[in-house]
Design a protein around this ligand. Structure first.
Ligand code: SF4
Ligand code: SF4
Length: 260
């Protein structure tokens, strides 16, 4: 029965446009430390009866999937932190959550509770679900599409069959292209595995959080597109530099954008 439910979830995920799906034990995910100031919590922090976390991944094939609009944060506030009164809108968060809410109906129809969220440790969940490897830039890289995937989770009290973790080192043989490409030298050299959460990419140097400050540094703005006073796309330089899955990403991009 639980395998059947899992397969229904997989099918519904595909139907909603997700490219990746896996399931992890909520208790095991809760043991993985996560970085502070990112609004993250354990699965049980969202649903005390949590037994499983279903993780879904969507291919981001256009930079505009990474569009962000923020309100002005108080000077010195850490972006992503729970700053009272701040507003933060991220297109891929909204897209994947809307899809995951529809997928979660499968579980609700079977009588289970669900919480849809980005704020469990989704990258860890993806790798524990066998979907990819945490690369040196800290993104979860999938063998099919590299880091060009965004993740969203459904926390549930349903006990579903758990997947096996991903163990293949996808950075092996790559000459640290992400680290070399970063214009602010924000990525600390070496593997992400074993590094204290939040310490692998220097938050003070990475352009993604900086572009959300009240007065983003003009020097940084040339690396991340700014559309309006408070509307940006995130810096994607280390993301785009990753060779894993690039060929398949480009093949799909051509297919999705071909003239009829
Ligand atoms: S997002 Fe940009 S600034 Fe941040 S680590 Fe990657 S390349 Fe560097
Ligand atoms: S660019 Fe290379 S080192 Fe960086 S995450 Fe991708 S494969 Fe790993």
């Amino acid at each position: 029965m639980s395998q059947e439910l899992k397969e229904k979830l997989r099918a519904e995920g595909l139907n909603e446009g997700f490219d990746f799906f896996g399931v992890v034990d909520a208790a095991e995910l809760a043991k993985v430390p996560f970085p502070p100031h990112r609004c993250l919590d354990t699965p049980q922090g969202f649903l005390p009866e949590a037994k499983s976390v279903a993780v879904f991944g969507m291919h981001v094939w256009d930079p505009l999937f990474n569009a962000v609009i923020t309100s002005v944060l108080p000077d010195g506030a850490i972006p992503f932190d729970d700053v009272p009164g701040s507003q933060y809108y991220n297109l891929y968060y909204e897209l994947t959550e809307a899809r995951a809410h529809r997928v979660a109906q499968v579980l609700r129809d079977a009588g289970y509770k669900t919480v849809v969220t980005h704020f469990v440790h989704a990258k860890a969940a993806a790798t524990m679900a066998g979907l990819g490897w945490i690369g040196k830039h800290t993104l979860c890289i999938t063998p099919q599409l590299g880091p060009r995937v965004r993740w969203c989770c459904i926390v549930t009290d349903a006990v579903l069959p758990y997947d096996e973790p991903y163990t293949n080192d996808l950075c092996l043989g790559c000459d640290d292209l992400c680290i070399k490409a970063c214009p602010t030298k924000a990525i600390i050299p070496g593997y992400s595995q074993g590094v204290e959460p939040g310490k692998k990419v220097d938050f003070e140097k990475c352009i993604v959080p900086q572009e959300m400050l009240a007065e983003p540094d003009e020097g940084w703005q040339k690396y991340a597109k700014k559309y309006t006073r408070r509307g940006f796309t995130e810096c994607l330089i280390c993301h785009d530099a990753c060779p894993v899955g690039k060929e398949e990403h480009e093949r799909r991009l051509k297919e999705y954008t071909a003239k009829p």
